[in-house]
Design a binder for this molecule. Structure first.
Ligand code: HMG
Length: 410
């Protein structure tokens, strides 16, 4: 197998609004340190009424297409568990919105928070078969739980888009990975529900158990040890989960880690998720983006990607950081995606949480709320309609794009 496929470009997007955990704590009447220290969350992204996974996916993917064009993109994989249709792939709505190529296969993948990792692996395999083949992988999700439930503090929303090519500019995916899957009912969302059903405490145990199995499978095949990795990106439903996971793996491998050792291995990876919350499939790739945007030089170093999706599937992947990767990052745009959000009150958030689309196909016009480049305009004749907003966004997104535009294609 060709070992040089990997991430050539990486871009993230999130929502118009943000709810700070201090406001949630004040509303529920709990000590805010339960959230800031206990689960490691400061804030969570909340979508406006005219935002959904399609608008987030378009916003994340647009800068990649602006930088690299669509030449060679033969596959588009959109990973989500917040689908907008039971049949049609959400990525097809992006087709006209951001100009996807006609001569490409476009599909949607689902397996809770894991599916973007499957998409990445499928993309790498397609490139291994044909080095000219490029795949646009997009992870986009909105984590929604019932208001008043223990899980309410672990909501969030974001998208991460990646261009997967041969000879990538940022990260080479290594061909060996560790796998684990089992039938567990820790978290799921029946088709008739808008919010997930979750056994919170059990889901934490299921996560730890699954990543341990995936690591054991990887270890048998790759003959690498945990200390060989410069950093670990974990799926982060809340950032404290990454700390629990890393401690668990180290302890199961005979180590007694000091807190500084764990902080060194994962601290930088939590910087965006701490402010975005759970973005399901996108969460691991926000952790990767945060690592690149905040860690010291990682050139040539191996890093671990540890993916978990409830239900459950886990995968332990390794990857190597490509020399010169820093020139291709979008650090300014990524930070702006978070800092541009408008903080909202608990009451505003609760109002948005109660808002539901008509379920009988009647005409619906969505109020104008987002200031992002794309909006979900409403429903007409059972069709979800999306439109570009004439963006006043001459933003860091575009500035970063032009900075790296030269010679971007390997
Ligand atoms: P809870 O019952 O509200 O919280 O639920 P808790 O009472 O267990 O407290 C949480 C932590 O805060 C504890 O720390 C407390 O000690 C601490 P821990 O013992 O865990 O280290 N704490 C405080 N710390 C400082 N000061 C204080 C204070 N008070 C308490 N004053 C739970 C927490 C995560 C279970 C809940 O939010 C939940 O159900 N969330 C959803 C499920 C979830 O995120 N599971 C994660 C693993 S499964 C997964 O990752 C997959 C998923 O992303 C879905 C997918 O795959 O699609 C969810």
């Amino acid at each position: 197998m060709n070992t040089s496929a990997g991430i050539h470009d990486l871009s993230i997007a999130t929502t118009e609004y943000v709810l700070e955990h201090t406001r949630l704590a004040a509303h529920i009447g709990v000590d805010p340190r339960k959230f800031t220290h206990g689960i490691g969350q400061d804030a969570m992204s909340i979508p406006a009424e005219d935002e959904d996974i399609v608008t987030m996916a378009a916003t994340a993917a647009r800068p990649i297409l602006e930088r690299h064009g669509t030449d060679g993109i033969r596959t588009v994989l959109l990973a989500t568990e917040t689908g907008v249709d039971e049949s049609k792939a959400a990525a097809l709505y992006l087709h006209r919105l951001i100009g996807l190529p006609d001569n490409a296969r476009v599909i949607e993948l689902k397996q809770a928070c894991y599916s973007a990792t499957a998409a990445l692996q499928f993309a790498a395999a397609l490139t291994a078969g044909d080095p000219e083949h490029r795949t646009l992988v997009i992870a986009a999700d909105i984590a929604r739980y019932d208001t008043g439930s223990a899980a309410e503090a672990t909501q969030g929303a974001a998208a991460a888009a990646m261009l997967v090519t041969a000879d990538p500019a940022i990260l080479r995916i290594e061909p060996v990975s560790g796998l684990y899957s089992a039938h567990v009912m820790d978290f799921w969302r029946p088709t008739y529900r808008r919010t997930a059903v979750v056994d919170g405490k059990y889901s934490v145990t299921a996560y730890l158990d699954a990543i341990e199995h995936a690591w054991n499978d990887y270890h048998k095949r790759a003959h690498r040890e945990l200390p060989d990795f410069a950093a670990f990106c974990y799926h982060q439903p809340f950032t404290k989960m990454a700390y629990k996971a890393h401690r668990h793996l180290l302890e199961r491998n005979g180590q007694t880690p000091a807190p500084e050792q764990i902080e060194h291995a994962i601290g930088a990876t939590t910087r965006y998720n701490r402010l975005v919350g759970n973005s399901y499939t996108a969460s691991l790739y926000l952790a990767l983006t945060a690592l690149f945007d905040h860690a010291d030089d990682l050139t040539g170093k191996p890093i671990a990607l540890v993916s978990y999706g409830s239900g459950c599937v886990a995968e332990f992947l390794s990857a190597t950081v490509v020399p010169g990767y820093r020139r291709h990052l979008r650090t300014r745009a990524n930070r702006e995606a978070l800092s541009r959000r408008t903080p909202i009150t608990y009451e505003h958030y609760a109002r948005l949480a109660r808002t539901a689309l008509p379920e009988d196909g009647s005409e619906y016009h969505t109020p104008h709320q987002t200031s992002g480049p794309y909006r979900f305009a409403g429903i007409t004749g059972h069709i979800r309609c999306y439109e570009p907003r004439r963006a006043n966004l001459r933003s860091a997104m575009d500035a970063d794009t032009s900075a790296a535009a030269q010679g971007a294609r390997p």
